[in-house]
Design a protein. Structure first.
Length: 317
C-alpha cells in the first residue's frame, strides 16, 4: 500500500458512512445530496506538478484547470463556482500575473464564477489549490461503486502521450519521429480539455472515474470501490500511433501508466456501446475504446501482458 493510500485510508476511517445523503472520500468528488452539489479540490505544487523551466504560465494554468474540471465532470457535474488559493514568492509575481490571466480566461470560457479564495507568501515554490462547486446533470451522479458485472470498460482513445512527453522532457527518451515527439510533449504540458459530462449523462453510463494517475493505478482504485474485477483486453487498439511506433514493452508501459490524461474511464451496458461510440464521434470528435469487462472478483487482470512488469505512478516518490 502506497503512502498516499495509507493516508486516505486513515482519513476515511473517520468518515460517517451511515449518511446516505453524503458521498465523500473514494470518488472524484464529494456530493451533498440535500443541496445537490458536487465539490472537488486539487493542488498543484511547483517542482512536483509543474516546472517553470519547462512550462510557461499559460500551460500551467490550462493543466491546473483541466485537473479540477475533469474531476467534477467524471462525477457527472457541471462546474458553477470556483475558489482559488495561491502561495508564491514575490520574485515569481510576473509568472502569477500571466498565470491568472489565462486561468480567468478559462473560467469565463466555461462559465465558472470565481467566488473567492486566499493568497499567501511562500519562501520559494508556488502552490496552487482550486475548489470547484457544481451540480450534476439531471441530478444524477456517477459513482465508482456503481460498476456492474458484465458491463464494458471504456475510455477515450490515444492514452499514453502524456507519459511519453514527460519521459522526453525529463528522462531523455529518444523519439526519432518529430511529429510524435511534439504531440507527446504538448499533451504532457498542456493536455486537451474535453467537456464530456453531459454526454455521459445522456448515454446513461453506470459509473465513471477520472484518468489522472495512470490506467492501472486508477483501475485498481475503481476495482476496490466497486468490489469487482476489471479484466482488460483490446489494449492494442487504445493508441494506434504508439502501437505502431513503439516496441511492445514501451507501448504497454505508456498506455497503462500515463497519468494526467484527464479523460473519463467509465462502465456501460454492452448494448449501449455502439451508440456511445457514434455519439462521442459525432458530438465531441473523440473515439471511444472498449478496453475490457467488469467481472466478479477483485483487482485488475489481463491476458495480454504481464502487469507485474508495470511500475505505476506514486505521489510520494
Amino acid at each position: 500500500m502506497s503512502l498516499e493510500d495509507k493516508i486516505i485510508k486513515k482519513l476515511n476511517s473517520s468518515f460517517l458512512k451511515s449518511n446516505k445523503n453524503l458521498v465523500g472520500i473514494g470518488d472524484d468528488c464529494a456530493y451533498l445530496g440535500k443541496e445537490d452539489l458536487l465539490i472537488s479540490t486539487d493542488t498543484f505544487i511547483e517542482n512536483t506538478h509543474f516546472d517553470l523551466k519547462k512550462s510557461n504560465p499559460k500551460q500551467v494554468a490550462k493543466k491546473f484547470f483541466n485537473a479540477n474540471y475533469s474531476d467534477l465532470q467524471s462525477s457527472g457535474g457541471r462546474p458553477l463556482y470556483c475558489f482559488l488559493n495561491i502561495s508564491f514568492a514575490k520574485t515569481k509575481s510576473a509568472f502569477i500575473h500571466h498565470f491568472l490571466k489565462e486561468l480567468t480566461s478559462l473560467l469565463k470560457k466555461y462559465k465558472i464564477i470565481l467566488m473567492g479564495g486566499d493568497t499567501t507568501k511562500s519562501i520559494t515554490d508556488i502552490s496552487l489549490t482550486m475548489t470547484l462547486i457544481g451540480k450534476p446533470f439531471n441530478k444524477r451522479i456517477f459513482l465508482r461503486t456503481n460498476a456492474k458485472e458484465e458491463e464494458l470498460i471504456c475510455t477515450f482513445s490515444n492514452i499514453g502521450f502524456s507519459k511519453l512527453g514527460y519521459d522526453i522532457l525529463y528522462k531523455s527518451k529518444k523519439i526519432k519521429d518529430l511529429r510524435l515527439k511534439k504531440q507527446s510533449v504538448e499533451q504532457f504540458l498542456s493536455p486537451k480539455i474535453y467537456s464530456y459530462a453531459a454526454f455521459l449523462t445522456k448515454l446513461k453510463i453506470s459509473s465513471c472515474m477520472d484518468l489522472s494517475d495512470g490506467l492501472i493505478i486508477d483501475l485498481i482504485k475503481y476495482s476496490q470501490m466497486s468490489k469487482k474485477r476489471f479484466h482488460l483486453n483490446n489494449l492494442d487498439n487504445l493508441n494506434p500511433t504508439l502501437y505502431k511506433k513503439l516496441n511492445r514493452k514501451d507501448y504497454y508501459n505508456y498506455i497503462l501508466t500515463s497519468g494526467e490524461e484527464f479523460v473519463p474511464i467509465f462502465t456501460i451496458p454492452t448494448n449501449r456501446l455502439s451508440s456511445a461510440v457514434d455519439f462521442f464521434k459525432k458530438n465531441l470528435r473523440v473515439s471511444i475504446v472498449n478496453i475490457g469487462s467488469v467481472l466478479n472478483g477483485s483487482g485488475v487482470t489481463t491476458d495480454e501482458y504481464d502487469l507485474n512488469q508495470i511500475h505505476s505512478f506514486d505521489h510520494f516518490k
